[in-house]
Design a protein around this ligand. Sequence first.
Ligand SMILES: Cc1cc2nc3c(=O)[nH]c(=O)nc-3n(C[C@H](O)[C@H](O)[C@H](O)COP(=O)(O)OP(=O)(O)OC[C@H]3O[C@@H](n4cnc5c(N)ncnc54)[C@H](O)[C@@H]3O)c2cc1C
Length: 401
Amino acid sequence: MATYDIAVIGNGLMGSAALRHLALSCPDMKVCGIGPAEPRDRKTHQGVFASHYDQGRITRILDPSPLWGQLARDSIVRYPAIEAESGVIFHHRAGCLRATDIEERVADIDACAAVYQPPHQRLDAAGCQNKYPFLAFSDEFVAWDERGEAGYINPRQLIEAQLKAAANSGASVIREIVDSLEVGGDGVSIRTREGSELRAGKALLTAGGYSNILLKRKLDLPTKSHTILLAELPPNEIKRLRGMPSIISSFDHPEVESLYMLPPVLYPDGKTYIKLGPSGRNEQFFDATEDDRELAPWFQSAGNALTAADLKAALQRMIPGLNALAYQTAPCLITYSAHGNPYIDELEAGRLYVTTAGNGMGAKSSDEIGRIGALLCATDEWRSDLNREDFRAIYADGGSK
Ligand SMILES: Cc1cc2nc3c(=O)[nH]c(=O)nc-3n(C[C@H](O)[C@H](O)[C@H](O)COP(=O)(O)OP(=O)(O)OC[C@H]3O[C@@H](n4cnc5c(N)ncnc54)[C@H](O)[C@@H]3O)c2cc1C
């Protein structure tokens, strides 16, 4: 039976980051990351799915929450090193325009800007119009045009980079699905669906929306469907939108409260799309805590048609006259925590740890979230100046450890 000092369960954004940090920081430990690769065909796939099957995730520091601002800042600063270690380029400095007409948000984002001082310009609606003539904002909007490292990352390539860099530093990557975890006094026994049995001194659970399925005492980890719209662009529209940043807009609107949008990005089918997603009034919560097959029908579907219709209307409001060649929708999953921050915690003393709940914002910050989780698991110490209590895992029964 293969034995490891630490097994990371889930090779997604947080797990692959944790694995690289373990391999780099703990060279004397034998570490592995266990988790499947992306399904070849989503519509027929029967195993687990993930929240990273895409070409773009927005990255930026400015956020209404200073905690998220710091997690992002501390991740973004390491992007160049991860690219250099792996030879995989995943970071695109397109900028990020954050806009809102909600008064309370303005003060929070201004406060975050004052603390972390990312290069940015504060604009009113006229300033936005002047800088980005193809975008439409109503007069009440305030915007922060963040530059520097803001823009987007390719989540598939970030994971590839993390896993390559981890493997270069001695970690093993095992492409299997974990079916059970048994925590005992002398370590953790892991069985996979493919029939492998492994032993590890400690395990770090990073299985995203599937984490609860492997736990006996369930976390408060609501998982919610999320539909994205991809608008395929013809060459003249790609040219017209040159210089478009990533956009996050929160506003008072009955149909779509908030909207994020990526600039034109090339996808593996050779076509260029603008991708957008909503906060999602039409979406549903899942209660998938016992069996991963409960989530399969959602991931095999085309997403929610009502959300798609809202998104098309919102796209036309934001970029009036946009001439898309075709539209596609895709399903995804957002995993929330009880307090809005990721869970980074010890679940069973000295044996089982968790790093999960990206709350829809975990991609950009996954390197720092993975680092804190990896070092907590390896050393039993909290190696961050952020307050550990803000990351405590909350159980579905309302308790914490
Ligand atoms: C449509 C969409 C848009 C988003 N946009 C942004 C954005 O712009 N910026 C941003 O920062 N964040 C964004 N996010 C959020 C971000 O993608 C997530 O926070 C992030 O993917 C969470 O990382 P994770 O590692 O916790 O989970 P995942 O990325 O889902 O990874 C979990 C991994 O665990 C594996 N796994 C599951 N079960 C098992 C098992 N039993 N055994 C082994 N492995 C298992 C899965 O295969 C997967 O690889 C977005 C999310 C969605 C859905």
